[in-house]
Design a protein around this ligand. Structure first.
Ligand code: PHE
Ligand code: ZN
Length: 872
């Protein structure tokens, strides 16, 4: 292997050659596939003598022709990664023809052209197209494509590619072909091809301008009944994008294909979205509410890419957030509008805290727009990495309001349709459409790390003023020891002693007095330190800060526990009611951790029990909100706040708090379970999902008590359940505790569902992520389970077992898996990336595994990048 090379944003240069049209032809076969491409090339600068460098990986070159003339071996250079054509015709444009041979059946990386359950399919983002043919594999090469696919007709009756179907027919030898044409220019990462035995659920959508679009969702025939929810989601997304952004679908056909083998969730290939089956297939018996919600969100996400990503794309991969941050923001908004806004916001912020904040504090920390990378794929590793980019987009909306934001979006499309652009272009459209002053907002794109904002408040009774002093600091990250201040929008309200919002009249800042007249306002924090003073405040208020989580920062305030309990009970911003409960829980759990470490007895503050108790019995609140409000912060969040993470102490404390709460609130919890059962048919809507969420959260609390009557209760919920949401929740509740009941119910569930691999995957995941003692051993056994497939591994587990068994287990898997699928292997190495946060024993054990991985033969660039940066 050539030494892995780092690529830098600052080195970006425009391509020397553009591709105008690309005509591809695939002859698919069992042993080999022949790919012919015919490209109309035009130099960027007339008369250019620059060589044309094409990317290619694992390809067998058959022939190259320029203007119809076959090139001989000395006319080009070929190495393991490139095909270089040094001398080209000095013409306005010329034709390049390349034939290659590839071996999809041997491609286990699920990148490029590969086979999934006997069908052919492709994945080209970010750099998979170079595994199909020689090409300038970079997103700023936008061309119009045609694609002819030819294959055996009985093995591959369905042949799909991007755009419109132009013609199809039979050819000799039992083969047939289809010719597709995509009228829109696109980068090659949006190319797609699918061939196989598939059936479709068909529907139509009429756009607001009257175009009838044919919608097809393709799966193996037996799965078609499970695509109803996906179709519902697609139509809802198409309508929503018209209503909210005025964006209409631009072709007559939209295809979605579900495949069982896929590295990520889904892919937005132009008019031919390809999905991991788990994000398409759902029935009440085989999918949970969480799955239904994920399907809605991801179908929306990929559909929304048609404008944000496809029509306007990224100039280079450093701009990934241009499409991903914006599209994640759009799918979040879509899901909010289809369900509960507050609950969706809570869920998104939790994910940010669980996945993004830790990454932002580790060796792979990178800005929303990175400065460099070794393997682009690694920016997609780990879940929800685009969350911060979405938060940045959300801040524009917070600052500009819905209308101003929409103006910015409109200008963005007006300026950049069918172009490959940068994050600055998006920023400029938002700014120019609104003549906005965004101060140092661009820092969000270039600085890594999560800002820490400290807030100090003081009330002056005599002057009737209330002051908020902010200071911000961004911790150092690899390659960025010092940081500049950034623009942090802080949405604030002030509560009076009855818990109502005070109508704010004016705020003094930086020598100017600004009048306001509303119950909340946005403070523009742009410096390392600054103060805002509200006037005409009659009594000491309790401030509600960062309403709706108005910026992706960690906040430290001087609010007392009493203030926080007050906010939990009264804040008009529901998000901040939840947040107050979380801040209280984090504080309390941290204190208990130090009690635990010093062998002091653990005692739970009765006020906390009361606070959660009153949320629990407040019938005016949304039920899913209640479920979220009584859920404690995760162990990772608590460890994140410690100088040296102590997994044992945090685990013990969280368990203790849960049990205490359950025992003190059991009467209310039991009532909740009893009052929120339903035997009606499953309905996917917010009220029903909220009801199930609350009931199942309560059941999990009760079952944690290990009291035989609650175990009985959970068992009967398990047996009576009419949908997977309730059944799986009962299973999970029972699986919290080691013992016979656990073993029996897990065995029963497997027997019942062994024929459905998606349900079986959940069964694996439930066990691999379990925190019962001795779980590494259980998981090791599961590897030998007949249904386990290393190509589809589950990464979560009690990784931090003190004897290092979890580390060793994972280290071994990474090395094995890297040979099969580097993208998934590197995702698993990321689990080691924060090893320096643990005690010395664990550090040594984890480091040893990282070193073992680094010394493995034939390591992929993907794994190399993460392992080496983690050790650095
Ligand atoms: N672009 C895909 C999406 O938005 C994510 C993805 C990236 C999928 C890379 C595959 C490979 O869902
Ligand atoms: Zn996306």
């Amino acid at each position: 292997m050539d030494a892995p090379k780092e690529i830098f944003l600052k080195d970006y240069t425009k391509p020397d050659y553009y591709f105008e049209t690309v005509d591809l032809s695939f002859s698919l076969g069992e042993e080999k596939t022949i790919v012919s491409s015919l490209i109309k090339v035009s130099p960027r600068v007339q008369g250019s003598s620059a060589p044309l460098v094409l990317d290619g990986h694992d390809l067998k070159l058959l022939s190259v022709k320029v203007e119809g003339k076959l090139l001989k071996e000395g006319d080009y250079q070929l190495d393991s990664r490139h095909l270089t054509l040094p001398s080209l015709p000095a013409k306005e444009s010329f034709v390049l023809e390349i034939d290659t041979e590839i071996y999809p059946h041997k491609n286990t990386s699920l990148d490029g052209l590969y086979k999934s359950s006997g069908n052919f399919c492709t994945q080209c983002e970010a750099e998979g197209f170079r595994k199909i043919t020689f090409y300038q594999d970079r997103p700023d090469i936008m061309a119009k494509y045609t694609c002819r696919v030819e294959a055996d007709k009985s093995l591959y009756p369905v042949l799909l590619s991007n755009g419109n179907l132009i013609s199809q027919g039979d050819i000799e030898g039992g083969r047939h072909f289809a010719l597709w044409e995509d009228p829109f220019k696109k980068p090659c990462y949006l190319f797609a091809l699918v061939a196989g035995q598939l059936a479709s659920r068909d529907d139509t959508f009429t756009t607001r301008s009257g175009r009838e679009v044919s919608l097809k969702i393709w799966t193996p025939a037996e799965d078609l009944p499970k695509t109803a929810h996906a179709m519902y989601s697609l139509k809802a997304a198409m309508k929503w994008d018209e209503d909210v952004f005025g964006l209409e679908y631009d072709l007559d056909l939209f295809n979605i294909v579900a495949v069982p083998d896929f590295n990520m969730g889904a892919m937005e290939n132009k008019s031919l979205n390809i999905f991991n089956s788990k994000l398409v297939l759902a029935s009440p018996e085989t999918a949970t509410d969480a799955d239904y919600a994920a399907i809605l969100g991801v179908i929306g996400h990929e559909y929304f890419h048609n404008w944000t990503g496809n029509r306007v794309t990224c100039r280079d991969w450093f701009q990934l957030s241009l499409k991903e941050g914006l599209t994640v923001f759009r799918d979040q908004e879509f899901s909010s509008d289809m369900g509960s806004r507050t609950v969706k916001r809570i869920a998104d912020v939790s994910k940010l805290r669980i996945y993004q904040f830790p990454q932002d504090a580790g060796p792979m920390a990178h800005p929303v727009r990175p400065h460099s990378y070794i393997k682009m794929d690694n920016f997609y590793t780990g879940k929800f990495l685009f969350a911060k980019g979405a938060e940045v987009v959300r801040m524009y909306k917070t600052l500009l309001g819905s209308e101003g934001f929409r103006k910015g979006i409109d200008l963005y499309f007006q300026r950049h349709d069918e172009q490959a652009v940068t994050c600055e272009d998006f920023f400029a459209a938002m700014r120019d459409a609104n003549s906005a002053d965004f101060a140092n907002f661009l820092q969000w794109y270039s600085q890594a790390g999560t800002p820490v904002v400290k807030v100090a408040s003081s009330y002056n009774a005599e002057a009737r003023t209330f002051s908020l002093k902010f200071s911000q600091e961004i911790p150092p990250t690899p390659g960025q020891p010092t940081k500049e201040a950034t623009f942090i929008p802080v949405v604030v309200g002030l509560l009076d002693s009855s818990g109502k919002d005070i109508t704010l009249s004016s705020v003094y800042h930086d020598g100017t007095l600004q009048t306001i007249s509303s119950s909340s306002t946005i403070l523009r924090v742009t410096k390392k330190e600054e103060e805002f003073v509200f006037s005409d405040i009659a009594e000491r208020p309790v401030p509600s800060l960062f309403r709706g989580f108005s910026a992706p920062v960690r906040v430290e305030t001087d609010l007392s526990d009493d203030d926080l309990f007050f906010l939990l009970a009264h804040d008009s911003d529901e998000f901040n009611r939840w947040e107050a409960g979380q801040v209280l829980a984090r504080k309390l759990m941290l204190n208990l951790v130090s009690d635990f470490q010093q062998n002091r007895p653990l005692v739970l503050n009765p006020k906390f029990i009361q606070g959660l108790g009153s949320v629990l019995s407040d019938s005016t609140l949304d039920k899913e909100f209640i479920a979220k409000a009584i859920t404690l912060p995760g162990e990772g969040e608590i460890m994140d706040m410690m100088a040296v993470a102590d997994p044992d102490a945090v685990h013990a404390v969280r368990k203790f708090v849960r049990k205490q709460l359950a025992s003190e609130l059991k009467t209310e919890l039991l009532k909740i379970v009893e009052n929120n059962r339903s035997t009606e048919a499953y309905v996917f809507d917010h009220p029903n999902m909220a009801r199930r969420a609350l009931k199942n959260t309560a059941l999990a609390y009760l079952a944690s008590l290990e009291d035989p009557s609650y175990v009985e209760l959970a068992l009967s919920e398990y047996k009576l359940a009419t949908n997977l949401t309730d059944q799986f929740a009962a299973l999970a509740a029972l699986a919290q505790n080691r013992g016979k009941t656990r073993d029996n119910v897990l065995a029963d569930f497997y027997n019942k569902w062994q024929g459905d691999y998606l349900v079986v995957n959940k069964w694996f995941l439930l066990q691999s992520s379990s925190d019962i003692p001795g779980n590494v051993e259980n998981v090791t056994k599961l590897l030998d389970h007949p249904a386990f497939d290393l190509r589809n591994p589950n990464k979560a587990m009690n990784f931090h077992a003190k004897d290092g068994s979890g580390y060793k287990f994972l280290g071994d898997i990474v090395v094995q898996l890297d040979k099969i699928n580097p993208q998934v292997a590197s995702r698993m190495v990321s689990a080691f990336s924060r090893w320096k946060r643990y005690d010395e024993t664990r550090q040594a054990l984890a480091k040893a595994q990282l070193e073992m991985i680094m010394s493995a033969n034939g390591l992929s660039e993907n794994v190399f990048e993460i392992a080496s940066k983690s050790l650095a």
